[in-house]
Write a protein that binds this ligand. Structure first.
Ligand code: ABU
Length: 371
């Protein structure tokens, strides 16, 4: 049966089939959280964010919201249904019996928290203390989908305790240096330990029957094993990208565009032994274009590689950030129609066009691309 805007249905099996219904985040009340182990490991050592925390400046929140609203409006004009989260008060400390941190993060980006697999939306464990309660921003939508779609499965992964046992103290030093970080990444020695399952949803890519999961700072091996047991009808594959000194979230590193074609960050190449599954099934892995910028915008956690953090609308159409001219040019050469979207001033709120969205419905069914 074809999709209808009047009827809520949750379903998405991959990253490229025609997108019909999507969540776009909001910058409302976003905070720079205080220091904590996993977050600090990701903040670049030369970042302007080191040592400061608190509510983000209002003018930056307003500007990011303007861009996110424009993006949502453009998607609606193209016929998509767009839902938005309801911001909780992120100034409220996150406190459990196991930890306390003075503020939360925000309701950006939804891709980090929500993993849609078929008819299910799964709330990730998360691995930062300041993001422990972030799922609450999306609960009104989850309730609505539950009420309106009888097939919708609303799932939540076990909330982690996030005690100090979850983090390697070696990463607490302010000056580690890229050489040491790269050595540790090669050894798969990340800030998170194997104390309990941890994963962020943005470490998972969906290829129909196959889920490809990055092992890094925000997702540990137990988290990947938890996903394997949770999705028994899927094949779950662990991948690493040793060239990344700050490995979180796969979506500025490995970007499937359509069946048979993936962009890979040239500084974070997938190792040879992990390419077999793709290349053995005639998938082409192409180096992505260089970012247009040498540095991220102010107060930004992410790298300049948000250039490749694109949102695929269908196998021929892709949203690319407006200033990322080299990425747009490459997409054009690869036969994709490019929709330019201005978002750079919202990058600081947690990411790019893929990050700031979460799939609710894409056409298509669960296919086996790697038989
Ligand atoms: N959330 C995507 C960030 C990845 C990166 O900083 O490259």
């Amino acid at each position: 049966m074809s999709w209808s805007a009047d009827k809520t249905e949750v379903k998405s099996w991959n990253e490229w089939d025609t997108l019909r219904h999507v969540i776009v985040g909001r910058a409302d009340d976003c905070h720079i959280p205080p220091e904590e182990p996993a977050l600090d490991a990701k903040v670049p050592e030369d970042s302007d964010m080191r040592g400061q925390w608190g509510r983000r400046p209002q003018e930056t929140i307003d500007r990011a919201n303007e861009l996110l609203d424009n993006f949502a409006g453009m998607l609606e004009k193209r016929g998509l249904r767009v839902d938005r989260p309801t911001s909780i008060d992120h100034s409220v400390p996150a406190t459990t019996p196991d930890f306390h941190t003075e503020s939360q993060f925000g309701c950006m980006p939804p891709r980090d928290v929500l993993l849609t697999v078929g008819h299910e939306m799964l709330e990730a464990t998360m691995s930062y203390r300041c993001r422990w309660f972030e799922y609450l921003n999306y609960r009104p939508l989850m309730q609505q989908y539950f009420n309106e779609d009888p097939k919708f499965r609303h799932e939540s992964a076990p909330k982690p305790r996030l005690t100090d046992a979850d983090y390697h103290p070696d990463y607490l030093s302010e000056k580690i240096g890229d050489a040491k970080r790269l050595e540790w990444a090669e050894q798969k020695f990340f800030v998170t330990t194997e104390e309990e399952p941890l994963f962020d949803a943005a470490d998972v890519l969906r290829f129909g029957k196959d889920l490809v999961v990055q092992h890094g700072f925000t997702t540990n091996l137990k988290g990947i094993e938890w996903l394997r047991r949770h999705f028994p009808d899927h094949r779950v594959h662990t991948v690493n990208f040793p060239g990344d000194p700050y490995p979180i979230h796969i979506d500025a590193t490995f970007t499937p565009l359509r069946p048979g074609l993936i962009l890979n960050n040239p500084q974070r190449r997938l190792p040879e032994d992990q390419r077999k599954m793709f290349e053995g099934n005639d998938w082409e892995i192409v180096d992505s274009a260089q970012p247009a910028h040498n540095t991220p915008p102010p107060l930004c956690y992410s790298s300049t590689w948000l250039s490749m953090n694109v949102l695929v609308l269908d196998p021929k159409t892709v949203c690319v950030e407006k200033s990322e001219v080299y990425q747009a040019e490459q997409m054009d050469k690869l036969g994709m129609e490019v929709v330019e979207v201005e978002l750079r001033d919202a990058y600081a709120f947690g990411g790019g066009l893929h990050c700031c969205t979460a799939d609710v419905y894409r056409d298509g069914e669960c296919e086996d691309y790697f038989p």
